[in-house]
Structures are given as structure tokens and as C-alpha cells.
Write a protein that binds this ligand. Structure first.
Ligand code: C2E
Ligand code: CA
Ligand code: CA
Ligand code: CA
Length: 279
């Protein structure tokens, strides 16, 4: 099964956001891409470590720009945040994901949930939660099967505009994951104050497992704390069997990474699921 993602081209280019004189052009290109449907979604499975079953699917946006080639989401999401286009792009991603999730609901999705990445800028829009509820209504996708992944930098304190948004989403039944856990700051207050269901251990902590002693202690501690708080802990960037075995041994709930599957298009994911979730 070939990977639909190849970033070798991207690395040889000047990052989009650094091409300042090019900014109006990028804004135009993103608008155009939204208009003609050039963005697409990739899907990366998450596996339940205890059983090897499909536990979830992370949605990752992709853009094959006809002139720039494949552009990294880190670049165009940053550009779209700066221009405000992230609001339209982000809602398109959620609607497309929910439509796909609805098609998969009675087949490969089973009990698994669909995770979408949401930028801090999106969260601050006062109508974000209402827009998500409207998408759920239109697509029929059940709210409790949708997970919103937020990086720690997106998270908010009581009184911030995003704080209400998170509680509104929670009240609508949508679940929340903290992404890249351990790389931000004051993360423990978030766990106490926000309705979080999932913790995703950042791949930088997974990379050096199982032999690096500090990495092992950190992973063990995050899993113990997460599970102690009643959260489901997901390890990201799992690339080897040794990492998977270690994570299973410390009772980490779920894993995601190239060891199981790269981000796939919808047909590839269906094929992967048919072969059985275990690698
Ligand atoms: P992220 O949310 O932390 O996503 C995980 C990234 O790690 C993805 O890169 C994924 O392809 C990659 N990855 C997965 N498994 C492995 C592995 O085993 N090893 C390694 N080395 N990498 C792995 P991608 O798709 O390039 O996305 C990069 C970032 O761009 C994401 O980080 C997220 O912050 C952002 N992004 C992607 N899609 C969206 C989106 O739809 N909306 C928003 N707001 N941001 C997005
Ligand atoms: Ca993520
Ligand atoms: Ca992550
Ligand atoms: Ca990340």
C-alpha cells in the first residue's frame, strides 16, 4: 500500500509563510483551492493496544497545489490562521470528515471515533461550537464519535473566549483530546479545568522508546497520570514494534504511527481495515 504523502518536495522549498511578498498570492491560492476542492483529507488509524482493534481515525488535511506541489499542513494552516481563512477551511475539514465518518459508521468505523485537528484561532471564533453542532446536524454524524484535537498552546484558561467553546462542545457530546501532550506549558491545569477525554503523548517522547531511560520514565508517568484521571492515553509517532510493545506494557491505551499505517486516503484506509487493524 503506497503512502499518499510525500514531503521530500516540500522540504526543498522555501516555507510558504517565509515568502512574505508572496502572501497575497497564498491567500488567493487557498481561496481558489477551497473553491475548486483542491484540499483533501488523509486518515490515519489509531489502534487499541490491548486488542489491536481500530480505536480511532485522525483526520489530516492535505493540499496538492498545482504550482507548489504538496504543501505541508504546518505551512498552509499557519498561513490560513494569519489570513483568517482557517475558519472556512477548518469548517470544511470538519464537514468533510463527518460526511466520511457517516459513510463509514456502520462499516469500518465500528466503535471508533474520528479526530479532527482544530487550531487555536478557530476555537476563539464565538460561533465555532454552533457551527460544529450545525455540521453534526446536517451530516447526521453522532457527536460522541467526533473528537476535537487541540494542541496545548490552543488551550485556554477560565474567562478566555475558547474556554466557553470547549464547554459548549463538551455539552454537545463532542470529546476533546490534548494533542502533543508534554510539549506545551501549564498542561496540568488544563487537565483539571477542562472536559478532556484523551491525552496524546507527543511523538518526541515516543521516538526514543524503549531504550532511553528518561523517555521511558516520561512515557510511564504520562500514562499513569492520564489513566489515573480517567483519560484514554494515545501514543503518537509509533514506528517500531519495540515501541508498541513497551507502550502496551505500561498500559497505554492506544497507539498511532507508521508502524500501523501512514495517513491514507479513504479507499486505502478501507483496505487497511479489511486486512484487520493489526500490522
Ligand atoms: P499533529 O496533529 O501532531 O499530526 C501528527 C503528524 O505526525 C502528522 O503530520 C502525521 O502524518 C505525522 N505522523 C503520523 N505518524 C507518524 C510516525 O509514525 N512518525 C512520524 N515521524 N510522523 C508521523 P502532518 O499530517 O504533516 O501534520 C502536521 C501537523 O499539521 C499536525 O500535527 C497538525 O498540527 C497540523 N494539521 C494537520 N492537519 C490539520 C487539520 O486538518 N487542521 C489543523 N488545524 N491542523 C492540521
Ligand atoms: Ca493531531
Ligand atoms: Ca500530535
Ligand atoms: Ca504536532
Amino acid at each position: 500500500m503506497s503512502d499518499i504523502v510525500s514531503y521530500s518536495v516540500r522540504h526543498s522549498r522555501t516555507p510558504l509563510v517565509e515568502q512574505r511578498q508572496d502572501f497575497a498570492e497564498i491567500e488567493f491560492a487557498i481561496d481558489r483551492a477551497l473553491g475548486i476542492g483542491e484540499f483533501r483529507l488523509a486518515y490515519q488509524p489509531q489502534v487499541e493496544l490491548a486488542t489491536g482493534q481500530l480505536a480511532g481515525i485522525e483526520v489530516l488535511v492535505r493540499w496538492d497545489d498545482p504550482t507548489r506541489g504538496q504543501v505541508s499542513p504546518l505551512e498552509f494552516v499557519t498561513a490560513a490562521e494569519a489570513t483568517g481563512q482557517i475558519h472556512a477551511l477548518g469548517l470544511w475539514i470538519i464537514e468533510e470528515a463527518c460526511n466520511q465518518g457517516q459513510r463509514w459508521r456502520d462499516t469500518l468505523l465500528g466503535a471508533a471515533a474520528l479526530s479532527v485537528n482544530v487550531s487555536p484561532v478557530q476555537l476563539k471564533a464565538p460561533d465555532f461550537a454552533a457551527n460544529v453542532r450545525a455540521i453534526l446536524g446536517r451530516t447526521g454524524f453522532p457527536p460522541d464519535r467526533l473528537v476535537v484535537e487541540l494542541t496545548e498552546s490552543a488551550l485556554v484558561q477560565r474567562g478566555d473566549p475558547g474556554f466557553e467553546t470547549l464547554w459548549e462542545l463538551h455539552q454537545a457530546g463532542v470529546r476533546i483530546a490534548i494533542d502533543d501532550f508534554g510539549t506545551g506549558y501549564s498542561c496540568l491545569a488544563y487537565l483539571r479545568d477542562l472536559p478532556v477525554s484523551f491525552l496524546k503523548i507527543d511523538q518526541s517522547f515516543v521516538r526514543d522508546l524503549p531504550h532511553n531511560e528518561s523517555a521511558a520514565v516520561i512515557a510511564r508517568t504520562i500514562v499513569a497520570m492520564g489513566r489515573g484521571l480517567g483519560l484514554s492515553v494515545v501514543a503518537e509517532g509509533v514506528e517500531t514494534e519495540a515501541q508498541a510493545d513497551f507502550l502496551k506494557g505500561i498500559w497505554c491505551n492506544k497507539a498511532q504511527g507508521y508502524f500501523y499505517a501512514k495517513p491514507l486516503n479513504s479507499a486505502q484506509l478501507a483496505g487497511w481495515a479489511e486486512l484487520g487493524a493489526s500490522p
